[in-house]
Design a protein around this ligand. Sequence first.
Ligand code: ADP
Ligand code: MG
Length: 153
Amino acid sequence: MTVNLEGSARTRALGRRIADLLRPGDFVGLVGELGAGKTLLSRSICEALGVPRERIASPTFAIVHPYDGGRIPIHHADLYRVEDYDELYATGFLDLVSEGSALIVEWIDRIPEAAPAEWLRIELEHVSPQARSARITGFGPRGEELARALAPS
Ligand code: ADP
Ligand code: MG
């Protein structure tokens, strides 16, 4: 399924819809070139979960960030600078899902082995300076359920 995101307000709205559906242990992997809107979508999900805005905005160079204070525990990871699976393993990232956190992961295509059996994949594409598109795919029962719930009715 592909959704048109004309203007960043549409990306924020998609983030709100995802946030409403998310449960502890859910995994959302984001794919897309620089500027495709991965970080905006990640932040929009966290904001809609109720994570305080100042926490989301604070810059950090860590691979994995905990975002406390929202409706469910959530971590955000950016794999852009991660070399390989071993480096990611060392961060403890892979334990977070079983510990009951939801995860939003930018650049999941850099370390595809990091994706679990059930997950939601969102591929963002730069359509024009003012527009993006999102191709939404679900893997495993939970991923498919999330993808179906995001389909425009
Ligand atoms: P990435 O993390 O994929 O590199 P960002 O989330 O930082 O991309 O977004 C890059 C720029 O694109 C930001 O200025 C953001 O506001 C803008 N942007 C994101 N989504 C959209 C959209 N749907 N329409 C127009 N601009 C967007
Ligand atoms: Mg980014």
